[in-house]
Design a protein around this ligand. Sequence first.
Ligand SMILES: O=c1ccn([C@@H]2O[C@H](COP(=O)(O)O)[C@@H](O)[C@H]2O)c(=O)[nH]1
Length: 235
Amino acid sequence: MEQRRTRLIAALDTRDPGQAETWAAAVSPHADAIKLGLEFAYAAGFDAVERVAAGRDLFLDLKLHDIPNTVGAAIGSLGRIRPAMLTIHAGGGSAMVAAARKACDESFPEDRKPILLAVTVLTSLDEHGLAEMGIKDGVKAQVLRLAELALRNGADGLVCSAHELAALRAEFGDKPVLVTPGIRPRGAAVGDQKRIMTPTEARTAGSDWIVVGRPITGASDPAAAAAAIAAELSA
Ligand SMILES: O=c1ccn([C@@H]2O[C@H](COP(=O)(O)O)[C@@H](O)[C@H]2O)c(=O)[nH]1
């Protein structure tokens, strides 16, 4: 069987448009896409998102989670940004995911429709964190439950940790796009992430895209850090 190609998204988490542009230029020869998310969009605004993303594939990680009408309308406002990938929270429920699907279909030209990704369980959560919210049957069960809900209502793929990849592939096959943050090259600081894997482990487990932020942006040479991860993915 042919080995799946695992691609790299560099998460550029900053408030500063100049810093984001510098990082984007540095990592772009090595990363397949850049991520801009809540921190950047709230601080710098969507004009800056559009500028930094120009000519690049953008993973727009807004993790939308609201009533269906609001999420649909928010996605309808993103037409000018044209992200390659867009995130919502699966926990918003069936109607919210369906509204997001409809808005993607109606707001973007056929050839520029973003891949709609539903976040299952944040990689910063573990069994204890879920139990605090009343979810007592563990991370894997919750990821599978939310994955089924999201895919049934039109999501193209899922955001999960690399630990759930095998179970998701077994249940839903090859088609869903599986994106895994919580990636740490060997020896990198873990920070607030709880469910982590190395780039090599995530690739072996079947990730389509890994998302890596601080191990790149916190490195003394972000370009070299991104290049090393890309090399690990293609080894
Ligand atoms: O479950 C999730 C969903 C999204 N993220 C985002 O990925 C990056 C990871 O950054 P690191 O610095 O490599 O930890 C970050 O932008 C998150 O918002 C996630 O970590 N987990």
